[in-house]
Ligand binder design. Structure first.
Ligand SMILES: NC(=O)c1ccc[n+]([C@@H]2O[C@H](COP(=O)([O-])OP(=O)(O)OC[C@H]3O[C@@H](n4cnc5c(N)ncnc54)[C@H](O)[C@@H]3O)[C@@H](O)[C@H]2O)c1
Length: 307
């Protein structure tokens, strides 16, 4: 039994009545800017875009990203790395922009909430202005956290959310909500060609050891022979997507033609934390890893979304 790989066919895409975008340049070989390209998802995305023959400009301030994630790409003549913080403006000629720059894990985005908000607002404006100047199509990686602690399951694109604007997660949740609003505003007012992807929990190789979310926590604790921490009763649920599926979905969404703006990227079938603990036991059994710790149940913090 393995953690279910979600499939791209599970994507839900709405084709709303959408205003016309300014025509953008789509071709087989493009200059593609990936902000946050040295992070977990960004590094896989850069690798895949290079495989497809594009010229990839990876822009990162290394807040949570790492050179290690992209070291195999640096010798590639079609790969360019720029150390830059997108809260500051920059001009780069490009045909497409994947805007991934933003810490994704609560441990990291809560470290400097003001910076997190700036990254989703000031930096979003910078990237949209760049898209406007270069006539590039821009894809924003949004998040399931824009739903806050949702009251509706599964969450559809039409669900408006249940967010605490002053809670510990607000810098990320509200920042990403403003980022989506900015995307729509630039689309409606200036015709910028946009795509918004609401990502759910993504897992796979290069996920940071200190990511702090359930998949990496369980694996690291198991490998270190520590107790496995389960917050609450383990009945809370999460929706997962494997990294290769996520990359395929992001590239497909970016290259779909104009009616497709917003899409939720995750697995409808949610997993209980309790189910994950069982999976972990089975995986350890299969690979002869001995779980020396116990499952340690800790109180659920009030800022934890239940699902
Ligand atoms: N991983 C997930 O499960 C998940 C879920 C929902 C949404 N997302 C979104 O996907 C994107 C990528 O997530 P990830 O898991 O790869 O996170 P990550 O933390 O591994 O990568 C983010 C990258 O952005 C860089 N960065 C952060 N702020 C920056 C700034 N101001 N200027 C330049 N670079 C900056 C970091 O150094 C890092 O390399 C994020 O926008 C995140 O909100 C991820």
């Amino acid at each position: 039994m393995v953690i279910a790989k979600s499939s791209v066919k599970d994507l839900v895409i709405i084709a709303d009545s959408v205003p016309e975008s300014v025509p953008t340049k789509i071709s087989d070989f493009m200059n593609i800017l990936v902000t946050g390209g040295a992070g977990f998802i960004g590094s896989h995305l850069c690798r895949q875009l290079l495989k497809q023959g594009h010229y990839v400009i990876c822009l990162d301030n290394f807040f949570t990203g790492s050179i290690e994630n992209i070291k195999d790409l640096r010798a590639n003549p079609n790969f360019e790395l720029i150390r830059h913080d997108i809260v500051d403006t920059i001009h780069i000629e490009c045909d497409q922009i994947y805007n991934l720059a933003c810490p994704a894990s609560p441990v990291h985005y809560q470290r400097d909430p003001i910076k997190t908000i700036k990254t989703s607002t000031y930096a979003m404006v910078n990237m949209l202005e760049l898209a406007l100047q270069t006539r590039a199509r821009i894809l924003q990686t949004s998040t399931s956290e824009i739903y806050g602690d949702p009251l509706e399951h599964p969450q559809k694109e039409s669900y408006l959310g249940h967010v605490n604007c002053i809670g510990p997660r607000s810098s990320y949740d509200e920042g990403k909500r403003v980022a989506e609003s900015l995307m729509m505003a630039y689309h409606k007012e200036k015709g910028v060609d946009i795509r918004i992807a609401r990502l759910f929990n993504t897992y796979g190789p290069n996920l940071a050891m200190n990511d702090g979310r359930v998949v990496s926590n369980f694996i690291i604790q198991a490998l270190r022979g520590q107790n496995i921490t389960v917050y609450g009763s383990g009945s809370q649920t999460r929706s997962f997507c494997y990294i290769s599926d996520m990359i395929e979905a992001l590239i497909k969404l970016m290259n779909k033609d104009s009616l497709f703006i917003l899409c939720v990227m995750g697995e409808w079938r949610k997993l209980l934390t309790r189910t994950l603990t069982l999976m972990l036991e089975l995986i350890c059994l299969k690979f002869s890893i001995f779980l020396t710790g116990i499952f340690l149940f800790m109180p659920l913090s009030f800022s934890f979304p239940y699902s």
